[in-house]
Design a protein around this ligand. Structure first.
Ligand code: HEM
Length: 358
């Protein structure tokens, strides 16, 4: 819930979102560079692709959204440090992992304050998610390669999104045992993602199984199943949520079956099944709701939003097919489509706002 933000705070929020945008653009161009598609300054940042998107972009946005929810000035330390980490990465410094770790620790404090205010399942799950992130980021700062910290990043995203959806699903009657089952699954997810990062066998397969079960829970109990019947923004958001849960189910099953391979096509499939299929789909689904709350810029619904959503999912299907069949060109076309979908989504948000203002 947003409070009435004073002008200075609103300026800070928008400044942070500008850093997020720079981090996102560079991160996507860097991802294209890793696929061999050389666009702009992307190739220079090929190694920073993951941190720029996971930490600089979405880590900062999630921290900002939580800071707005807490509505205390000190809460903005977490997104501020996230933005400092993004700028440090863009500037090529060696200390950016430490800024990311400090941001994650500030997010733990922020989520703990929210738990103190409202100790319910979804606030606890967010706290757990940020603790997993802080452990992974600290490992990365101490020298772990990205492929080792990545399971904790998966854990952070899945826990945060599950918690957000659990909060919204309070509006739909969920059996008590089902909520309890979700809390157990989410706790296992936190445990396995950290144990997976530590290299404890067979944590990553167990993480995959837990992800698949969590996704099955969402497909069965999420509020999206009801809102799918309501036209306009509710149906669009529900479509994004359910498609995202579908990808989490498939990726979890793949991880449970093939295990974690820290490089190559299976690595690409395990990471982007979650980061593109689950996270970006949820971002598309929630952006028209969260963006106005955080930036105070109204974003009306437009049926145009279905275009980027379709390109995102069709592109990911091609990318996964390429990863699993060993077709580099299919993988590359799918990855390019994922980037194009992001561009189209931004354009359709701007377009919808422009048309409504006219
Ligand atoms: C939108 C288009 C995207 C493209 C074209 C892209 C491309 C790639 C490629 C080619 C790799 C290397 C995989 C390998 O080693 O085989 C990679 C790794 C990775 N990607 Fe993406 N990606 C995209 C989106 C994302 C998003 C949205 C996230 C996170 C939210 C993300 C996070 C990562 C991470 C963490 C790695 C591992 C990096 C490392 O080990 O250094 N990617 N990506």
């Amino acid at each position: 819930m947003d409070h009435v933000a004073p002008d200075r705070e609103l300026t800070l929020r928008r400044a942070l979102l500008s850093v997020v945008a720079a981090s996102a653009l560079t991160g996507v161009l860097a991802g294209l560079g890793r696929l061999g598609v050389l666009v702009g300054w992307g190739p220079t940042y090929a190694f920073e692709h993951g941190p720029l998107l996971v930490l600089g972009t979405f880590g900062t946005v999630i921290a900002l959204e939580r800071a707005v929810a807490l509505a205390r000035p000190w809460g903005f330390l977490a997104p501020l440090l996230g933005a400092v980490g993004a700028v440090a990465t863009l500037a090529g410094t060696s200390w950016s992992p430490w800024a990311a770790t400090a941001s994650a620790l500030a997010l733990v404090a922020l989520n703990a304050a929210i738990v103190r205010r409202q100790a319910v399942a979804f606030t606890w799950l967010m706290l757990l998610g940020s603790a997993v992130l802080a452990l992974g980021d600290a490992g990365w700062a101490l020298g772990w390669p990205v492929s080792r910290a990545a399971p904790t990043w998966i854990g952070f995203f899945v826990l945060t999104i599950v918690a957000e959806r659990l909060e919204l699903s309070r509006l739909a009657p969920t059996p008590r045992w089902a909520t309890l089952a979700l809390v157990v699954l989410a706790s296992l997810l936190a445990l396995f993602s950290f144990a997976g990062a530590l290299g404890v066998e067979p944590s990553m397969r167990a993480l995959g199984l837990t992800m698949a079960l969590t996704a099955a829970w969402q497909l069965r109990y999420d509020l999206a199943r009801r809102t799918l019947r309501r036209p306009g923004l509710p149906r669009f958001a529900a479509t994004g949520v359910l498609l995202g849960a579908g990808w989490l189910l498939l990726t979890g099953a793949l991880l449970a079956w093939r295990g974690w391979v820290p490089a190559g096509p299976l690595y690409d499939a395990a990471l982007h099944g979650v980061f593109v299929g689950y996270v970006l789909s949820m971002v598309f689904a929630h952006a028209p709701i969260i963006f106005p709350a955080v930036a105070r810029v109204s974003v009306p619904f437009s049926p145009l939003y279905y275009l980027p959503l379709s390109v995102l999912h069709l592109g990911l299907a091609a990318r996964m097919a390429g990863d699993l069949s060993g077709s580099a060109s299919l993988r590359q076309s799918g990855g390019v489509a994922n980037a194009v979908a992001l561009g189209l989504f931004v354009l359709s948000l701007v377009g919808a706002r422009y048309v409504t203002r006219r």
